[in-house]
Design a protein. Structure first.
Length: 172
């Protein structure tokens, strides 16, 4: 009986050891294959997503250029002499342009999107502040006050444009 048990162990132990080694080998092999497939899919995704990301940066650059107050005032002329109507027209133009590009945020980093949002809001605040000025009594005077303000300082969107350029250079 003891000889049979020893014979059984002599044949069983190497088989169990071989089975355990094979199990760990195949487990590691499957893990490596999954990692390789994941890497290849990620690489293909990046190759396809890069043009879309660049297009999003382009569109947001165009948005920021369009909301530079001096360019906005040239593009959006007052419809009447009422300063409040013109203020609303300018803000609506900025908001409409922003909403048109809202979906681009999925291709940008959250920091970049936050800076673009801050540039938009700061530009709107600049228009609101200019409208509340005592010097402003009609739409043309509002234009003058905004342009005078922009001569003294940099447009809010220039900071966001610099950040976009920095992010694009990091991609390359």
């Amino acid at each position: 009986m003891q000889d049979q048990l020893i014979n059984l162990l002599i044949y069983t132990v190497p088989a169990v050891v071989t089975g355990v080694i094979a199990y760990f080998f195949f487990k590691e092999h499957i893990k490596n294959e999954n990692n390789r497939r994941h890497f290849l899919m990620h690489k293909d995704f990046k190759k396809e997503a890069l043009p879309m990301r660049l297009q999003a940066y382009e569109r947001m650059t165009l948005f920021l250029e369009r909301i530079v107050p001096s360019k906005l005032l040239i593009r959006v002329a007052p419809l009447s002499s009422d300063k409040n109507d013109y203020e609303r027209l300018l803000i609506d133009s900025i908001e409409q342009e922003f909403e048109h590009n809202l979906s681009q945020q999925i291709y940008l980093t959250s920091d970049c999107w936050s800076i673009i949002l801050a540039a938009k809001n700061t530009t709107i605040q600049l228009i609101l502040k200019a409208n509340m000025s005592e010097k402003t009594d009609n739409a043309n005077k509002l234009r003058e006050v905004i342009l005078t303000e922009m001569m003294e300082k940099q447009a809010p969107s220039s900071t966001a444009l610099a950040y976009i350029k920095e992010e694009i250079s990091a991609i390359w």
